[in-house]
Design a protein around this ligand. Structure first.
Ligand code: ZN
Ligand code: ZN
Length: 359
């Protein structure tokens, strides 16, 4: 009786992730297409994985020592019907039940499951933008020049010299991809890959474009217009699909714009609210009154109640960060009462008077 847990080198309590990662390691180690691979061990590991990665089979195996349900006294040995040729399709059929090996076998068969998935994609690009605090609050825009592979401006990406025709690609007969037979211990199967000559277009230029040498893409500085919405956060990333590098015959990658927001001397941010400080003289705090403060929308006057406490927060509504549709957070004003370090003789006398008042 084979012990599947031992084969994968995991404990009986292993999680689904443990099982997958154990199998992945062994599969890489023993894969027969690899140097030093071991077909027997690979099959053994695959069988163990097939059972333990399936909840139902695993519980049957744990209970009966076999993945066959209802086997009285333990079914013998029972995985003879394992059809390895199905592995090439990224799934295997066992006892009428399919299980998916897609993400693991995708590594070995490189897109063999789906020919269209193999379409080339240009590189993603990431750029950094430093923003002043205020621009991050209200939103802004930037125009940047980025040197990158772009769709050829001369031939509009066709690769053919202007006014010339294109002919069917001889390598793939216009299909855009090439099928190749592979012979492995799984059996024979075919893989499909993008035609390297026409890069999947199915056509090749009769006369190549001079600018891109028929590639349809060429490097140049391109102006990118980035719109930065109001209220973005430090470290936030804006993704611009298709604005990364173009690639011959494929789709363009994405552009990622990472935002770095500079701190402000007057304001700090807390969610949708802004924080600022109002420095008050002791007498102003005692008497209260109207005081002018800066907001991001210009100066406003706040009324400070008599006897305001040090550290108290005053709220100026809707002078914070814009969000949603037309909503705005508040500006919170923290009161900082500046107590005098030293009193003049006269001030001392006056405070002594205050004391007599019971203050
Ligand atoms: Zn061109
Ligand atoms: Zn071709």
């Amino acid at each position: 009786m084979k012990n599947y847990y031992d084969i994968l080198g995991i404990a009986k309590t292993a999680t689904e992730e443990d099982i997958k990662s154990a199998f992945r390691k062994l599969a890489h180690k023993y894969h027969p297409d690899k140097k030093g691979g071991d077909e027997k061990k690979f099959k053994e590991a695959s069988e163990a994985y097939a059972v333990l990665s399936n909840k139902q089979k695993r519980s049957q195996y744990d209970t009966y020592g076999s993945a066959h349900a209802g086997g009285q006294g333990g079914a013998r040995g029972g995985f003879g019907g394992f059809d390895f040729s199905d592995f090439a399709q990224g799934s295997a059929n066992f006892g009428g039940q399919e299980f998916d090996l897609g993400d693991i076998f995708g590594e070995f068969f490189g897109g063999a499951r789906d020919g269209s998935a193999g379409r080339a994609r240009g590189r993603d690009i990431s750029v950094d933008i430093e923003l002043p605090f205020r621009e991050a609050i209200f939103g802004t825009e930037r125009r940047m020049l980025i040197a990158k592979m772009s769709s050829c401006w001369d031939c509009e990406g066709t690769g053919a010299k202007k006014g010339t025709k294109r002919a069917t690609c001889g390598s793939c007969n216009g299909k855009g991809n090439i099928r190749e037979a592979r012979n492995t211990f799984f059996g024979n199967f075919t893989t499909t890959r993008t035609c390297p000559r026409c890069q999947g277009r199915g056509q090749v230029p009769e006369h190549e474009c001079n600018t891109c040498k028929g590639q349809g893409v060429a490097k140049r500085e391109e102006e990118v217009h980035v719109v930065i919405p109001a209220g973005v956060l430090d470290g936030e990333m804006i993704r611009m699909p298709g604005r990364g590098e173009a690639t011959s015959g494929g789709i363009a990658g994405d552009l990622y714009v990472k935002l770095h927001i500079k701190a402000d001397k007057t304001f700090a941010r807390e969610g949708h609210n802004l924080l600022t400080v109002l420095h008050l003289k002791l007498t102003d705090a005692l008497l209260g009154g109207e005081f002018k403060i800066e907001t991001l929308d210009g100066g406003v006057s706040v009324s400070v109640p008599q006897g305001v406490a040090h550290g108290e927060l005053l709220r100026v509504r809707e002078r914070g960060v814009p969000y949603g549709r037309g909503s705005r957070g508040d500006l919170l004003v923290r009161v900082d009462i500046q107590f005098p370090k030293k009193l003049s003789r006269k001030a001392n006398e006056l405070v002594a008077e205050l004391r007599k008042e019971g203050l």
